[in-house]
Design a protein around this ligand. Structure first.
Ligand SMILES: [Zn+2]
Length: 205
């Protein structure tokens, strides 16, 4: 393991220790108002085996249900094709929609989708979530040119969402500080992903 891989590992271990156990596996955004945002075009996504990942909108308009939640889920469909399900994306600001897409894509890029699911809310699961968050913010920085202002929009939407779902301050802080650290200090997403795959023995395909 390289030194940079070690430091990455340490960062995540620290992040994981302070994320409470009820963090869910999907990124969700809640909006109190029924305001509809324009749904963004999803980014290109390819998994670690070089397969193209498709996006599928699964909006179920459940009116009267408050708050509306925007969520993503990375999986394989019935035919075994890698997919990302996008639900209620119009409930989240565009910056956060873009973050959710890339977070879910990261679960494909790192091979999470095809690996055995770690126990829900256990340390390994939380680490996977931190890694996906990290990759998502790196891609927004490098591909979409997000600067401090863009970052702040993502962080604000993330906080807003977690607050509405009842997360305590410490979880919001920890999650935001993880993406801030990645955004400010990490190299390109591709290199980071390669490091993760290498550690998992998935680099050669
Ligand atoms: Zn996730």
């Amino acid at each position: 393991m390289t030194n940079s891989a070690k430091s990455i590992l340490q960062i995540f271990v620290v992040a994981i220790l302070i994320i409470p156990a009820f963090l869910t596996s999907s990124v969700m955004a809640a909006e109190e108002t029924e305001a509809d945002y324009k749904v963004t075009t999803p980014p290109k996504c390819e998994n670690n085996k070089g397969e193209k990942v498709s996006y599928i909108a699964v909006d179920r308009a459940r009116k009267g249900q408050s708050p509306r939640l925007a969520a993503g889920m990375a999986n394989r469909d019935k035919e075994g094709k890698p997919v990302i399900y996008r639900s209620n994306f119009s409930a989240a600001p565009p910056e956060f929609q873009k973050f959710i897409d890339r977070h879910e894509c990261a679960h494909h890029q790192t091979g999470d989708v095809d690996r055995p699911h770690p126990p829900r809310n256990g340390p390994e699961h939380l680490m996977n979530e931190s890694i996906s968050d990290c990759i998502a913010i790196l891609r927004l920085r490098d591909e979409e040119g997000y600067d401090k202002k863009g970052f702040d929009k993502v962080a604000a939407a993330m906080r807003n969402d977690m607050q509405k779902m009842g997360f305590p301050e410490i979880s919001m802080k920890s999650r935001v500080s993880n993406i801030k650290n990645c955004f400010e200090k990490y190299g390109p997403a591709d290199e980071f992903i390669a490091g993760i795959l290498e550690r998992r023995g998935l680099l050669d395909r």
